[in-house]
Design a protein around this ligand. Structure first.
Ligand SMILES: C[S@@+](CC[C@H](N)C(=O)[O-])C[C@H]1O[C@@H](n2cnc3c(N)ncnc32)[C@H](O)[C@@H]1O
Length: 319
């Protein structure tokens, strides 16, 4: 796939693709900004609807994914302008303005791509042993191993409680601190084993690996996922409010913005911020409540089970 001879082949099935296309409703010549290009699944589907003309801005913190997405979009829609942008989506509104572009469509498909979690060397998976890294952006200064080594017991418990909604946060934090005194916790296998040893009683009943919430919490903390999302949402708010002002904004009047979240910590701020825009009359909602994947999609792609899609169209309501 993707024709990238130097990059290992990885796959990621884009979630809720028909719902995304319906809400974004791409037209020839428009500008599409993909905040989380991933493997370019959503982007290539949008891009092929932009010809003739059209521009696709691809943003991702993961340089490997960005390269794959760029190649895939170029192959799917020759003639469409492709603008790769490496970095955190928190900076996308500013970068789009600096490039002199205005978006007709914006997509943020949050979280990680299947290829990233399948790659043991990224340290994202509790079922594959690898270094305890978890950085989606390889230039970030702090890995999960460093967090586990340096946070106090209280801070660790707070991270697990806040970002993992882990009810046994205190017990797990205590055990991690005891274990790291024996030897540093540097692998995903050891971390998962420690968490399971504390909360193994719950594993059978829920069917969910007891390490799930701890891994989610550390990943969110390492990548400042909620802070980045809040910054992007603030940029969307500012952009929508000034879309029709004289100077304009990075969002064109009528721009469609879609965000797909995978857990409530992400969906909550998306819900709050989009509702704020709709209530103040700067946008209309394209979704009544969060949209979820169809039963058929969930059976084909289990990752889509937790997807929540919300969308807005920028523009003052006619009064
Ligand atoms: C679910 S995948 C996107 C998949 C993509 N829609 C597709 O169809 O292939 C999420 C992507 O977002 C990237 N990502 C996560 N957090 C990010 C952030 N704060 N800024 C930019 N990219 C981010 C990840 O590296 C990953 O490639």
């Amino acid at each position: 796939m993707d024709g990238a001879a130097t990059l290992p082949a990885v796959t990621h099935v884009p979630v809720m693709i028909s719902e995304v296309l319906q809400r974004l409703s791409p037209s020839p010549g428009e500008v599409y900004v993909d905040c989380t290009a991933g493997l370019g699944g959503h982007a290539s589907a949008v891009a092929s609807r932009l010809v003739p003309g059209g521009t696709v801005v691809l943003n991702d913190v993961d340089p490997g994914n960005l390269e794959r997405a760029s190649e895939r979009v170029r192959a799917a829609a020759p003639g469409v302008g492709v603008v790769p942008m490496a970095g955190n989506f928190a900076d996308v509104p500013r970068k789009i303005t600096e490039q002199g572009l205005r978006a007709d469509m914006v997509l943020a498909d949050l979280g990680f791509a299947s290829g990233q979690v399948d790659d043991a060397s990224r340290g994202l998976s509790f079922s594959r042993d690898g270094p305890l890294d978890m950085r989606l952006d390889p230039t970030l200064p702090v890995t999960a191993a460093e967090l586990v080594a340096t946070l106090t017991e209280r801070e660790l418990a707070e991270v697990l409680r806040t970002y993992g909604e882990e009810r046994e946060a205190g017990r797990i934090a205590r055990k991690l601190v005891r274990e790291r005194e024996v030897s540093p916790i540097t692998t995903t296998g050891r971390l998962a084993g420690i968490v399971r040893s504390v909360s193994s009683s719950r594993s059978g009943s829920s069917g969910i690996d007891p390490a799930t919430r701890t891994f989610q919490a550390l990943r969110i903390a390492v990548n400042d996922e909620i802070g980045s999302l809040e910054a992007l949402l603030a940029g969307i708010l500012r952009g929508a409010r000034s879309a029709e002002s004289e100077g304009g904004s990075w969002l064109r009047p009528g721009a469609r913005v879609v965000v797909i979240s995978f857990h409530s910590l992400e969906d909550r701020p998306v819900k709050r911020r989009t509702a704020e825009l709709v209530a103040s009359g700067y946008a209309e909602s394209l979704t009544r409540g969060p949209m979820v994947a169809s039963e058929h999609e969930v059976s084909e792609n289990p990752r889509s089970r937790s997807a929540r899609l919300r969308g807005i169209r920028v523009g003052r309501r006619a009064v």
